[in-house]
Write a protein that binds this ligand. Structure first.
Ligand SMILES: N=CN[C@@H](CCC(=O)O)C(=O)O
Ligand SMILES: [Zn+2]
Length: 412
């Protein structure tokens, strides 16, 4: 099956296959072609160029993108999209003055979601989760990292990851899965943190690995959750099963989580709302990419990750949603890109780079998606008629997507 897209006003994010991420000043550039065509064979991009060089291709399907932009679909490298129920009541509690921390200390927060999920069947969890998956696909997401961490028992953690694997199998998205058994300390283990870590390491982890349920390992490294020592124990245990770290650090406190991630060759360190000079220094020269989650900052009214400091220090930066019921009940990457420009002073070029090629890197998918490159998956966004690509983050909150192509097929 050959699909030909013609008359593209501007084809964005054209990259050579050798580019796996962009850093520092390079993030200001978004290579593009004006008045372009693109050819898809089955699910892969096979050719593109300027309309004047359009080959005599026999296409089964032709799409006229006159006045429209085409760009790679969003790569959302940090989500908790598999969850049960919601935490709308906590949202109202916060409006009425309670803090995120106070709610968690009362047994709300992650433990609240875990209780709901433990009492939800695998089929029901799948049913609830795919509503969100279908919604984010329509919003232009073509690659999704999915974490466990709302199970907190062996059975429930495995249930979450099996649901994530079913999503991978049944949808045209690229999916990577992450085991986050150390997301919060269940109340049964109060004052017995080491016993819970033993359970994560000696029971959950071997079972996750045996069923091949995870690509990455994550820990919520934060005061009141898991310390540097706890995090290191988990990362070392994950290494025995070839699970690469992708960790939650510096959401509320900066105390060395970034350097620890770098030391353990983390693929990414995520959140970073609190960041100090030592954190930036430790990232320099490493293969670890920082990931910012602006929708979380927006929803919780906490600081935004200092994107300018990171990029101006020559580092790469990725953007993701953090879609979850507590701190970010939204999986809209378009909103993330706009918010990064508006609140984090990223340029449209930087934000689009961060949400595509760098997002793909942050989930180990740079060979498969994140740019318009021959041989990469045909996961694309076709915008409505817009004056320029900068209009996408500028006219925030509006839907600029005309259609989404995933694995070579128009899905909406
Ligand atoms: N910070 C840790 N985990 C999630 C949210 C947890 C929750 O409130 O459910 C996050 O990334 O924000
Ligand atoms: Zn998260």
């Amino acid at each position: 099956m050959t699909t030909l897209i013609t008359n593209i006003k501007e084809l964005l994010q054209i990259r050579d296959a050798s580019v796996n991420k962009v850093s520092g000043k390079e993030m200001k550039h978004l290579p593009s072609l004006k008045n372009a065509f693109l050819v898809i064979e089955n699910d892969v991009i096979t050719d593109f160029g300027e309309m004047k060089d359009l080959p005599n291709t026999k296409a089964d399907k032709q799409i006229n993108a006159k006045g429209k932009m085409v760009l790679p679909s969003w790569c959302d490298s940090h989500t908790h999209i598999v969850y049960a129920g919601n935490r709308e009541q906590e949202f109202v509690d916060r409006i009425n003055g309670l803090s995120y921390e106070e709610i968690a200390n009362r047994g709300g927060g992650i433990l609240n979601s875990a209780k709901t999920l433990q009492n939800t069947s695998e089929d029901e969890l799948y049913k609830q989760s795919i509503i969100r998956v279908k919604e984010v696909m329509k919003l232009g997401t073509g690659a999704l990292e999915i974490k466990s961490g709302y199970g907190l028992t062996t059975e429930a953690e495995l249930k979450m990851l099996r649901v994530a694997k079913r999503i991978e199998k049944n949808f045209p998205l690229l999916v990577k899965t992450t085991f986050l058994g150390a997301h919060a300390l269940p109340s049964e283990f109060k004052n017995k943190k080491n016993e819970y870590l033993d359970l994560v390491i000696n029971d959950m982890l071997p079972k996750v690995a045996k069923e091949n349920l995870a690509d990455y390992i994550d820990v919520f490294c934060e005061k009141g959750y898991f310390s540097l020592e706890d995090t290191e124990r988990i990362l070392k245990a994950g290494k025995q099963y070839n699970l690469i770290p992708k960790i939650h650090v510096n959401q509320f406190n900066a105390f060395g989580g970034v350097a620890l991630g770098v030391k353990h060759n983390a693929l990414s360190v995520d959140h970073l709302e609190e960041l100090n000079t030592a954190d930036i220094t430790s990232l320099k020269g490493s293969n670890t990419i920082p990931v910012a989650l602006p929708s979380c900052s927006y929803f919780l009214s906490i600081p935004y990750t200092p994107a300018r400091q990171l990029i101006d220090a020559g580092l790469p930066l990725a953007l993701a949603t953090d879609y979850n019921p507590g701190s970010t009940p939204s999986g809209n990457m378009n909103f993330v890109v706009s918010t990064a420009c508006i609140k984090m002073k990223m340029t449209p070029e930087e934000a689009i780079n961060a949400a595509t090629i760098n997002g793909a890197y942050a989930m180990g998918l740079s060979n498969e998606c994140g740019s318009i490159t021959k041989g990469k998956k045909a996961n694309l966004i076709i915008t409505k008629e817009v004056p320029s690509y900068g209009f996408l983050p500028y006219a925030f909150g509006n839907n600029h997507i005309d259609s989404v192509i995933l694995a070579g097929k128009v899905i909406s």
